[in-house]
Design a protein around this ligand. Sequence first.
Ligand SMILES: Cc1ncc(C[n+]2csc(CCOP(=O)(O)OP(=O)(O)O)c2C)c(N)n1
Ligand SMILES: [Mg+2]
Length: 554
Amino acid sequence: MTIDVATGIARILKQEGVDWVSTFPVCRVNNALGREGMPMLMLRDDRYAVAVADAFSRITAGTRIGVCTFQGGVNAAGLQYAYAGLAQAYEDGSPVLCITDGVPAGSSGNSQFDVASSMKTVSKWFGYLDKPERVPEFMRRAFTMLRSGRPGPVILAIPNATATYDETADPYRPVKGWKSAPDPADIRAAVALLLQARNPLIYAGEGVIYAGASGELKALAELANMPVITTLKAKGAFPENHPLFVGVRGDQVEHFLNKSDAILAVGSSLSPGRFSHRIPDAAKKTIIHCNVDELHINKIYPTAQAVIGDARMTLQALRQEVCDRTSGAGRPPGTMAAEVKAARDKGLAKYRELMASGEKPINPYRVYGDLMKVLDLHNSFVTHESGNTRDQLSTVFDTLIPWGFLGWGNVSTLGFSLAAAIAAKKAFPDRATVAVTGEAGLGYMLGNLEVLLREKLGVTVAHISNGGFAGYGPGFWGPGHDPFTHSVLGPDEVDMSKVIGALGFHSERVREPMEVVPALRRALATNASGRPAYIEFVCCQYPVYGQWVGRASE
Ligand SMILES: Cc1ncc(C[n+]2csc(CCOP(=O)(O)OP(=O)(O)O)c2C)c(N)n1
Ligand SMILES: [Mg+2]
């Protein structure tokens, strides 16, 4: 059977279990998607088309691949705008499939902006479909890369969507994806080092979540009696009510990072970025680095022992080796749980107090504390924005299940939270879903609020309204930061609840601390019927949160 390229791609996406595609028009593949009955989630800009698909891949840990389309070709306006979303997906290592029109044969070199070279900087693979009959090959390669190894975006450029090929010549079979087990000699060496250490610490990254290895992480931590910290992106990989959970950031994390003589890093690059820790005195510590590939080994810090392979198989093998070497006894429990509890109680004391605060304007921690009270933490999804909401929520929000909270952003592009909430609602329709944002994040998402109404996505946007861009460090108004560029019209000048209410959202403005819980309850109840909600919490400017170790506040 002869079919056109776009139809071939649409059919293969269905074979690969893709249920919907996010898009911003135009893209020539969209016509075939429509004809083949593939639902399309139309966003209001190209960056969001990428971000929603990206977030869907993250939230399902790559078990379901998010797919998006956007404009490309000679008039690559969509692609230029989508670049922000692609860069974020690449930075955070998200296995998202992006399809765009390619520059047609005979038109290369016309534009100033070089599509191919720009796309190569933000993808694991950029494929240009130079012959129609290569559709099955390209799609096989794409899904192989999306489902195997270190995750990252794949971008396919289709220069001629209406060109035809014989569908039966190379029939498509779905791609499984492959994992590899670590070298047993590395496992033995790693465990020998771990058992010699006096104060080993587990440093868990998002690779644990992609590998579906939360259970294995818990089993190893318990047997080896090691405290656990997670990265921002791995928040939730380890249950945060567990006696061995230290935190993501803050004084208690600093205490354990300083004290550790060995670090077992699993599924993390260990890169000291803007939103992660530096390892203090790294050269004096034994760093055992378990990763899916070699990219991050011996990067920044010397690696004492690398273990290359899938995080789940690695954690299983490490646990087995600890078990064998200790005749099943593991490392003696000692007073580890008590030490973790004491450090957490000390590090979190001031925030716990603030979570009960009756001060006005409302303290943002009061909103977070009440959010934890109102949500079923075993069946909900919360995400943050760039700015204070990230820093504060990742200090105090208790995440009990993987993806109960999406921490995102090695580099954090404002506005991603709404895309993440949309994706979460698509992935887990029954979970209460909340995006917490400041005014800058809200500005980035305004155009896309219509999508929630059109698609009947019951998401709550909780706005920590502090009248300015707190940003990071002491707040943009703080000394040495951006004191000239933080102030925007605040709640006294603009009533955003009226603006967003007029769109059709359930909307409220909350000034009283006692009203936080009832307002959240009303919002979530409205969400249950598919209506989105917006609540503006009129809050004080309070740029206080747990620090990243080794990074002076700035
Ligand atoms: C696309 C993008 N541009 C710039 C920044 C830098 N930035 C980080 S936070 C922030 C301001 C955040 O202000 P707001 O949304 O009001 O949150 P607050 O910190 O006040 O809670 C800015 C401009 C960014 N993260 N993303
Ligand atoms: Mg603000």
